[in-house]
Ligand binder design. Structure first.
Ligand SMILES: Nc1ncnc2c1ncn2[C@@H]1O[C@H](COP(=O)(O)OP(=O)(O)OP(=O)(O)O)[C@@H](O)[C@H]1O
Length: 328
C-alpha cells in the first residue's frame, strides 16, 4: 500500500508526512469503513497511521468503533469500504507476526498458567512443535509469570490473568501487539501491572496498539494516540503534538491573590483569572522561574506555582466541543 496522503479537510495528523516510507508504519488504514446490517456505521472513513515502535493509544468513548476497527485489522470482520495494511504485508503473512488480545481468551481455571499456554500453543498451526517448551517459558518470563507458571489460573489475580492473556499473544516473535481495552475491569494494582508490561514490551521494539476509553491511561502509557468519536477520527499524532495546539497555563496559589494577579498582568501574561487563593494565566512562552521571581520580588507570598499542561480531555473538548463521555 502506498503512503496515505493528507486530504483537504482530513482530521489533524491523519496521514504520515509526505514521502514517508509506508514500511515505517505498523498499521495504515485508508477510508476504512464498517456499516453493519441495519445501517449502523460503526467505523466511518478512518485514516490511521500507526508508526512502528510506537505505543499507540486508540482512544474513544464506549461505542466509538474501536473494537470494530481492531476486528477489521485482524481480518475478523470484513470492511464495507476502504483498505488497510498491517506491517506492510498481505494479511495472511502479517498475522503470524501480530499478537492480539481482543476478547479475553478462554483459559481453563483448573489448569496452571503454563498448561493453559501449552493449549494455546498447540492450537496455533504456525507454531513449531519442537520448540514449544521454550516459547512458553519465554512468554511467561516476558510477562513476569515464570514464578507463578505452575499455579492454577483460578488462583491468579486479575492482573496476572491479563498478563497471561498477553503471554498467549506473545507465544511467537511479534512485531505488533494489539490489545483491546487491556485494563478493563482490572483493579488499580492489575492496571499498573499491565501498564508497565506494555511499556516493557514496547521497549523491546514491539509496536503496541492499545484501545482504551480512559484518557489518563493513554496519556500515561502511550507515545501516540488517535481519538475516535462515533466512528470518526477526531485527531491523531504524538501525545505532545495533540496537546500542542492548546494553551499551557500557569497556576499560582497565594494568600495575596489580588497582588499576584496584578503582577501576572504586568508581566504581560494573557487571560489572568483569579479565584479565591488561586490565580491562573496563559504561560505564553515564559518560564515559571521568571514568574516566580517577579511574584516574590513584588512581595507576593507564593504557596505553590505549577505549569498546567492541557490534557487529552482538553484536546477532545477543544476539537469536538463536547465532554469525553466514557458512556458513549
Ligand atoms: N455486530 C454488530 N452489529 C451491529 N452493530 C454493531 C455490531 N458490533 C458493534 N456494533 C455497533 O457499532 C458501534 C461501535 O461498536 P464498537 O464495539 O466497535 O465500539 P467500541 O469503541 O469498541 O466500544 P466498546 O468499548 O463499548 O466495545 C456501536 O454502536 C455498536 O453498538
Amino acid at each position: 500500500m502506498t503512503a496515505v496522503t493528507q486530504e483537504a479537510g482530513a482530521p489533524f495528523g491523519a496521514a504520515p508526512p509526505p514521502g514517508a516510507d509506508p514500511g515505517e508504519s505498523a498499521i495504515v488504514t485508508h477510508g476504512l469503513t464498517k456499516r453493519f446490517r441495519g445501517g449502523q456505521v460503526a467505523v466511518d472513513a478512518l485514516d490511521l497511521a500507526v508508526p512502528r515502535g510506537s505505543v499507540f493509544g486508540f482512544l474513544g468513548p464506549n461505542g466509538s468503533g474501536k473494537t470494530t476497527t481492531i476486528r477489521m485489522l485482524l481480518g475478523l470482520v470484513a470492511p464495507t469500504a476502504g483498505d488497510y495494511s498491517v506491517l506492510d504485508l498481505p494479511l495472511a503473512q502479517a498475522l503470524p507476526r501480530v499478537g492480539a488480545v481482543v476478547e479475553g481468551p478462554a483459559f481453563y481455571p483448573y489448569l496452571s498458567g503454563e498448561a493453559n499456554l501449552r493449549r494455546f500453543d498447540a492450537a496455533d498451526p504456525t507454531a513449531r512443535g519442537g520448540t514449544a517448551a521454550r516459547r512458553i517459558a519465554e512468554a511467561l518470563e516476558r510477562v513476569g509469570l515464570s514464578a507463578a507458571a505452575g499455579k492454577r489460573y483460578r488462583n491468579y489475580s486479575l492482573g496476572m490473568r491479563q498478563r497471561l492473556a498477553i503471554a498467549a499473544a506473545l507465544l511467537g516473535p511479534r512485531e505488533l501487539l494489539i490489545l483491546d481495552e487491556p485494563t478493563n475491569g482490572l483493579d488499580p494494582q492489575g492496571t499498573r501491572e499491565v501498564r508497565s508490561l506494555v511499556k516493557e514490551i514496547a521497549a523491546d521494539g514491539t509496536t503496541v496498539f492499545v484501545s482504551s476509553h480512559l484518557l489518563a491511561e493513554v496519556e500515561q502509557m502511550c507515545t501516540h494516540a488517535a481519538i475516535m468519536r462515533t466512528g470518526r477520527l477526531v485527531a491523531q499524532g504524538t501525545i505532545a503534538s495533540l496537546r500542542s495546539g492548546l494553551v499551557v497555563r500557569v497556576r499560582v496559589e497565594t494568600p495575596d491573590a489580588a497582588d499576584a494577579a496584578r503582577v501576572l498582568g504586568t508581566l504581560g501574561l494573557p487571560d489572568v483569572r483569579r479565584s479565591g487563593a488561586e490565580v491562573t494565566a496563559e504561560l505564553d512562552g515564559r518560564v515559571p522561574e521568571q514568574i516566580n521571581a517577579a511574584l516574590v520580588g513584588e512581595g507576593v507570598a507564593v504557596r505553590g506555582l505549577a505549569v498546567v499542561r492541557p490534557s487529552l480531555e482538553d484536546v477532545f473538548v477543544g476539537l469536538t466541543g463536547e465532554g469525553f463521555d466514557v458512556g458513549g
